[in-house]
Design a protein. Structure first.
Length: 366
């Protein structure tokens, strides 16, 4: 098969949507019209071990099931065999350890930086895959400058060769808010703090409850949206959720938009992030943000959020008190957040991605 074929590792399309799956889906969604408008664009095949329940409806990208295995076995055995002869794009942190012409997007190196937040089997597997995949890749991508530096630190790949592809905000703006989620969970609009992410200890939600107690704000509910995967995260189940929080589980984009738009503020005291999509979503929808001054988060928040030390409950409490007690500050952060979020676009990320991958296909620059 001609090198003009671009294969995409689309295993994530049939998985529940968290940050990594969201990034892959939105980059493909934005890449599709770019390629459809280019008469010289190559054939693009999205390969997956199973197909998603809903057809993504791409115009130029062709989705195919390429079995027969599943999970990592499919990725290491079936995928490179099916993608033979073309270039292979991997968008979700893992890739085959052997393929002669591929690009790999590394979202974070948490298995090195904070291994205690994952199961031991997960850490062993990813520490085996990641260095081999990066060493074998012709193009290495990252969602932030922080992750690019982490790739050099932990995997020895030169920072200057990593292509940074920031994420975007537009996905939640496509949906009309569905406020019924507040009614179902008896949540009063404008009366709660919101946290959005998986129940991973790295997200540090317990510190928010401690900070609220420290600040004498325990009457202010903390609403947490998101699921967990105990096979991946150490101590990640709902049983570990502190009392005083309202867990609404996984919600669709319409419900998520309603939660952001009706929250008093958004809090994200994570210890480590490869990008930080939830704060960007909050900013895009005018929800004032308190987040950690760690890892990639200052790259996302700029001067549009209040920063805290995730290891210092008292500092988290100070920032929450400022947010809760100062309506003018909330309005200022909402305005700055919308402006800041507008500079992160999936279209720009997809264009940068295509510019990085195009040389793998021996195509002339445009």
């Amino acid at each position: 098969m001609s090198r003009r074929t671009l294969f995409v590792n689309a295993r994530f399309l049939a998985e529940p949507i968290t940050g990594l799956q969201r990034c892959g889906r939105e980059l493909l969604r934005a890449l599709d019209p770019i390629l459809a408008a280019d008469p010289g664009a190559p054939q693009v095949e999205l390969l997956a071990p199973r197909l998603p329940a809903k057809d993504p409806g791409y115009r130029h990208l062709q989705l195919r099931r390429a079995g027969p295995l599943q999970s990592h076995a499919w990725e290491q055995i079936s995928l490179p065999a099916r993608a033979r002869g073309g270039a292979l794009l991997n968008l979700k942190n893992t890739a085959p350890v052997r393929h002669p012409c591929m690009a790999v997007m590394i979202h974070d190196l948490q298995v090195y930086a904070r291994p205690e937040t994952h199961t031991k089997s997960f850490v062993r597997l990813y520490r085996w895959i990641l260095p081999r995949a990066v060493r074998n890749a012709r193009v290495v991508l990252a969602p932030s400058e922080h992750t690019a530096a982490e790739i050099e630190r932990w995997l020895g790949y030169p920072r200057e060769r990593v292509v940074v592809i920031p994420e975007g905000h537009e996905h939640l703006l496509r949906e009309t808010a569905d406020p019924s989620i507040l009614e179902r969970h008896r949540i009063e609009p404008g009366s709660y703090l919101l946290a959005v992410s998986s129940l991973n200890p790295n997200k540090n939600f317990a510190a928010v409850l401690r900070a609220l107690e420290h600040a004498d704000l325990l009457d202010l509910p903390l609403v947490i949206a998101g699921g967990s995967n105990p096979r991946v995260f150490e101590s990640g189940g709902g049983a570990d959720l502190p009392p005083g929080a309202v867990q609404v589980g996984r919600v669709d984009d319409a419900g998520l938009r309603a939660l952001y738009e009706n929250a008093l503020g958004f809090v994200f005291p994570s210890f480590y992030e490869g990008f930080g999509l939830p704060p960007l979503e909050a900013m895009a929808l005018g929800c004032p943000v308190v987040c950690s001054a760690t890892s990639s988060l200052p790259e996302v928040g700029g001067d549009a959020v209040l920063y805290c030390d995730p290891a210092d409950d008292a500092d988290i409490a100070r920032q929450l008190v400022r947010l809760v007690n100062d309506a003018a500050l909330r309005s200022e952060l909402a305005a700055k957040g919308r402006l800041r979020a507008a500079s992160f676009r999936w279209h720009d990320g997809a264009q940068s991605l295509w510019n990085a991958v195009r040389p793998l296909l021996d195509l002339p620059a445009t």
